[in-house]
Design a protein around this ligand. Structure first.
Ligand SMILES: *[C@@H]1O[C@H](CO)[C@@H](O)[C@H](O)[C@H]1NC(C)=O
Ligand SMILES: *[C@@H]1O[C@H](CO)[C@@H](O)[C@H](O)[C@H]1NC(C)=O
Ligand SMILES: *[C@@H]1O[C@H](CO)[C@@H](O)[C@H](O)[C@H]1NC(C)=O
Length: 466
């Protein structure tokens, strides 16, 4: 495990003070601080330096101000995957001294059609020594969608809830078990396959946080296609740059959706991103030349947000998701891929020039996200987990979709904004689904604190609810 990542997370959590208590983050390190070790390993000097705060043990005292350091009690620490700082150091040491052995053990939790080759990890970051390259588990054959879904249904977790979906407006919700999620993913994967999407092809996903967003990611992964999620808040120009760069075979979108009180007509944005219907076919023309020269825009109909007949429609190109996907078979063979085959392409925001596409491959990403999810959040099968990030960002890829599902977790996916219709919405969602692990950004916490007493009171309430 990469210690610099852990330290960053701790630093973020420390800045939010009392709030950290509601997350189950890295309690092992907190326990160590609580025991008041006199000497500080140079490895953890940054933490020691940051932690000159009053330690308060959770459940034994109430934090007096937001400078307190909140620590788990012994009982809580005992049941953690990493129950002591000593144990953490042992794991860390092993990962440095024997990375191949360490990561091979982590990888053994997953299904591999064929085991990886001799070299578990390879890294060259020095241009004078050849091409820059990072490889993990090369030669291993697997599929991340299979490991997220089939592996969990086959091990008897098919009836467990995979996703609780909470819509923007109160009272709009839905949920899917692992069996149901697998069925939905297979239907879409079959549809994509039937329409010419093959291993290595790219698919742009421009969707709000509907269940269809993780479903689309998993469907692409199942057939070896490379998904590129574009955050649904991005403009037509940003979307266009990404369409031109990655030349998707298909664009998956939604006609419209609401974030807070604002209705966003996503389909219109897709239309203008392609410079009008004719330009949309950049990159799709070849595959569909026989039957769909304009390419394909698979559009999820949200009729509450916008009626179908009000949606601008390009007959040769646009297809309603609900008209075609549910008709597809729920059985879909997995495309087995090499650990170093591409999984997804995610663009940088482009605030410093042209957005750059970052390509993530399958095997190393799978093992790393699953392991960091399990250890950093100390995930247990009885947890209900909610990460407020959007799937348009890397956090949403790793800690809304892949990390949790690889661990067979129940995830809350929320479509709306955190303070709609009021600052207490997050805690209503926490109460409704009995969320035990809440993962969010300090900006959200600060903005809720700015909302004043109403949010704070609800906040404290949520604190005790854990
Ligand atoms: C921690 O504090 C010590 C003493 O104040 C200082 O020398 C050291 O550079 C600090 N380390 C880090 C990583 O900030
Ligand atoms: C296609 O895009 C080009 C610029 O890239 C633009 O000049 C042209 O008008 C667009 N075509 C249509 C049909 O909108
Ligand atoms: C559709 O849009 C409405 C808002 O207009 C929203 O409340 C709802 O959650 C959206 N999604 C679905 C799948 O209905």
């Amino acid at each position: 495990m990469d210690v610099s990542v852990m330290i960053t997370v701790i630093a973020i959590l420390l800045t939010v003070g009392g709030v950290v208590a509601i997350s189950q983050f890295i309690k092992a390190i907190r326990l160590w601080l609580w025991r008041g070790s006199g000497s500080c390993s140079s490895l953890f000097e940054p933490i020691c330096n940051l932690s000159k705060r009053k330690p308060v043990v959770l459940g034994e005292a109430v934090a007096s101000d937001d400078d307190d350091l909140i620590l788990p009690n012994q009982e809580f620490a005992k049941q953690a995957h990493v129950p002591s700082f000593q144990k953490y150091l042992e794991m860390y040491k092993r990962s440095i001294e024997d990375p191949a052995g360490f990561w091979s053990e982590m990888a053994a939790d997953f299904y591999w059609k064929k085991k990886w080759g001799q070299q578990v990890n390879f890294e060259n970051l020095d241009i004078t020594k050849g091409n820059i390259k990072i490889e993990s588990f090369k030669g291993g054959i697997t599929n991340i969608c299979y490991n997220c879904l089939d592996r969990n249904t086959e091990s008897g977790n098919g009836e467990k809830i995979a996703i609780h979906w909470e819509g923007n407006d109160r009272g709009v919700d839905d949920s899917l078990t692992y069996n149901q999620l697998l069925d939905r993913v297979c239907q879409l994967a079959n549809y994509l396959r039937e329409n010419g999407v093959k291993k290595g092809d790219s698919v742009i996903i421009y969707l709000p946080m509907l269940m269809e967003l993780p479903i689309s990611m998993l469907a692409c992964a199942r057939i070896g296609a490379v998904h590129s999620v574009v955050f649904a808040g991005y403009s037509a120009k940003s979307l266009e740059e990404r369409i031109i760069d990655c030349k998707p075979k298909i664009v998956i979108t939604c006609n419209a959706g609401k974030r807070g009180t604002k209705v966003i007509n996503l389909k219109d944005i897709v239309d203008s991103a392609s410079g009008g219907p004719r330009n949309f076919s950049i990159g799709v023309r070849n595959i569909f030349k026989n039957f769909r020269p304009q390419g394909l825009c698979l559009t999820y109909a949200n009729e509450t947000a916008m009626k179908r007949e009000d949606t601008k429609w390009q007959k040769e190109r646009d297809v309603w998701w609900q008209d075609v996907v549910p008709k597809c078979s729920t059985e879909c063979d997995v495309e087995w891929v090499d650990a170093e085959d591409p999984l997804f392409l995610l663009y940088t925001s482009g605030s410093t020039g042209k957005p750059k596409g970052v390509l993530h491959t399958t095997g190393g990403y799978m093992v790393y996200t699953a392991a960091t999810f399990k250890y950093a959040f100390d995930y247990k099968p009885s947890d209900i987990y909610w990460c407020t990030a959007d799937c348009g960002w890397i956090t949403g890829h790793s800690y809304v979709t892949y990390g949790p599902l690889l661990n067979g977790a129940t995830v809350v996916v929320y479509e709306g904004v955190p303070n709609y219709p009021d600052p207490g919405r997050c805690w209503d969602i926490v109460d409704k689904y009995k969320v035990t692990i809440f993962y969010t950004a300090p900006t959200l916490v600060r903005s809720l604190m700015r909302d004043g007493d109403e949010a704070s009171i609800l906040f404290i309430h949520a604190y005790y609810a854990f």
